[in-house]
Every structure is written in C-alpha cells, then in structure tokens.
Ligand binder design. Structure first.
Ligand code: CUA
Length: 325
C-alpha cells in the first residue's frame, strides 16, 4: 500500500473512531448538555433562545474547526526548513466584506429572537385569578406560603394550567430558586423581593435545586413542585398542608443534619434526646440555634412548633437513654 493511501486510511480511521466515541453522548440527548424539556410557557421561550444560539454556534464551530484541521493537514511542513516563509497575502476586499457582514447578520438574528422572547419570559400572562405564593429561601430549605395562610417546606403544591406568581425572598443568605422545567432561575436575596412565575402544562412533579452556593448544605436544598388538579390543590392547602407540616419541617430542615430518623449525621443523634419532646426547649433551640446549630426555625409560627413537636414525639423520639445519645 502506498504511503499516501495508508496515511489517508489512518486519518479516516481516526475520524470514524472519534465520531463513534462521541455519538453516545449525542444520542443520550439530554446528557446535561441541553435544557430540560419545558413544561411552562416561560421555559419554552428560554429553550427557543437556547436552540437558536446553539444552531449558529454549532455551524460556526464545525466550519472553524473543520478549516483548522484541513489547514493543519494541507499546509503541514513537508520537510521544509522551519525558517521558510509562507507566501504573503495582502487585502481581499470581497472576502473581508463577507466575513464582516455574515457575523453582523448572525448577531442581529440572535438579538431579534432573544428580544422577542424576553417579555414572555419575564412577564406572566394576564390571568383572572393567579395563585400568589411566597417562596422564602432558608439555610437549607425552601418555605412556601399559600394565599390562605398555610405553609409547606420543600414541596410546593400548585394547580395545573394556572398562572402561579412567585414572590421570592431570602431569610438569611443569597439562594437561587430554579425548577428548570418551569422557567429560569431567580435569586432569593435578603432584603430584596424578586418575582417570577410559571404555569405548569401537565400534572406531575418537577424537580429543582438551589442554584446559588449558600453554605455547607447547599446541595441538600432541593425543591419539588407538585402540580395537580385544582381540586387536589384546594384539598392540599385547606387541610393536607397543616397535617403534613411537622413531617415536612423535620425532613426539610432538621433531617439535613440529624438524619431522616433523627439518627444523627453532621448533627447529633436526636432519637433519645429529651429536648425533642419539651415544647419550650424544642422551640428555643429551633428558633435560636445551638452551639453549632443555625437558628433554622426563627421565623416559624407557634403552629409550626406544635406540628414539629407532634411529629418529633410520634415519629422520632425513642425514649430517654442512659448511655447518652
Ligand atoms: Cu440555598 Cu444553595
């Protein structure tokens, strides 16, 4: 086999192997490289802007990198001395106009699409009775306040196909509210009130995670949006929220450090700690914190303390132990 042919064959093999190696990633579709499927009008618009930018950047990437590879191959040294000068080329008006005009047109198209989509991303559509919910970031849980005064932790319940207006606040440090399938991020900043919205287009559970590094347990600060029928939502806010509050508080706030069963973790074991069943002692430590414990519940209501106490008594406390715990 002549050397030229053998080299071309080797080059082709490298190209094919590279394509095969990356095909898996491409085929995995949403392997973390593309946005999640949108289930809210604002998320749809964000994705549209993403795909437009991706199409242009992909084509440019292929052209530029392709040309780079071709030139490296075509103009390789071929035994010439290192000091040999290439031919000097000066001025090509037509080429220069083309490579100026094309990027300008591309940027204009991207700009037009983004500015067209922006109002529909930031502004909620007009709705007769939007659901207004306050989202408050805490180290390290999300707290939701519903229009009727009920409260939930980490799980936000909403009716499907209705506009939900969120007022986003923070109790302590900067957090970031983000449910990717329901729209973009919005920061929860102490002393400032931000607004965002979504309208879930199908019943189901949507997952999110605090998107701003906010401290030791930032990664534990997850959130779920549970979209259900209007009737289910009403049942939830009128009765279920209250009956589940104690569990939600323990699992959302206490369990982060003390474990789901109070078995201990970063924080001490609680299962045999008598403080857990003393109303004033429990309220005091939850509101004010301890030596290493942050004041996780210093904004909690009396009803929340009662709910936590009941849950701790019935589900976590396993009786005083003489061996300590
Ligand atoms: Cu809250 Cu990260």
């Amino acid at each position: 086999m002549p050397v030229r042919v053998r080299r071309k064959l080797a080059f082709a093999v490298v190209v094919v192997l590279t394509v095969l190696a990356t095909a898996g990633i491409a085929a995995a579709a949403n392997g973390g490289f593309t946005p999640e499927f949108a289930h809210s009008p604002n998320a749809h618009r964000i994705n549209t802007a993403y795909w437009i930018v991706l199409v242009f950047t992909s084509v440019i990437f292929v052209i530029v990198e392709g040309a780079l590879v071709v030139f490296i191959w075509k103009y390789r040294r071929r035994g010439r001395p290192r000091t040999a000068e290439g031919s000097q080329v000066h001025g090509n008006t037509r080429l220069e106009v083309i490579w100026t005009v094309i990027p300008v047109v591309i940027l204009a198209v991207i700009g037009i699409v983004v500015f067209y989509e922006l109002p529909g991303i930031s502004n909620a559509p007009a709705a007769a009775n939007p659901i207004r919910i306050t989202v408050e970031g805490h180290q390290f849980y999300w707290q939701f306040d519903y229009p009727n005064g009920s409260r939930s932790i980490n799980d936000l319940h909403v009716p499907v196909d209705q506009v939900v207006l969120l007022t986003v606040k923070s109790y302590d440090v900067v957090h970031s509210w983000w449910i990717p399938q329901l729209g973009g991020k919005i920061q929860a900043i102490p002393g400032r009130t931000n607004h965002t919205w979504f309208k879930a287009d199908r019943a189901g559970t949507y997952y999110g995670q605090c998107a701003e590094f906010c401290g030791l347990y930032h990664e534990a600060m997850r959130a779920r949006v549970i979209a259900s029928t209007d009737a289910d939502y009403r049942t939830y806010v009128s009765s279920t929220a209250a009956s589940e509050l104690g569990r939600a508080e323990f699992q959302g706030a206490c369990a982060t450090c003390h474990g789901m069963q109070g078995q201990g973790g970063y924080g001490p074991n609680l299962a045999h700690d008598p403080l857990l069943i003393q109303p004033s002692g429990l309220a005091n430590i939850v509101r004010n914190g301890g030596v290493k414990m942050p004041p996780v519940g210093d904004s909690w209501t009396k009803a929340q303390m009662t709910a936590l106490l009941q849950y701790a008594k019935s589900q976590i406390y396993k009786g005083a132990s003489t061996s300590g715990g």
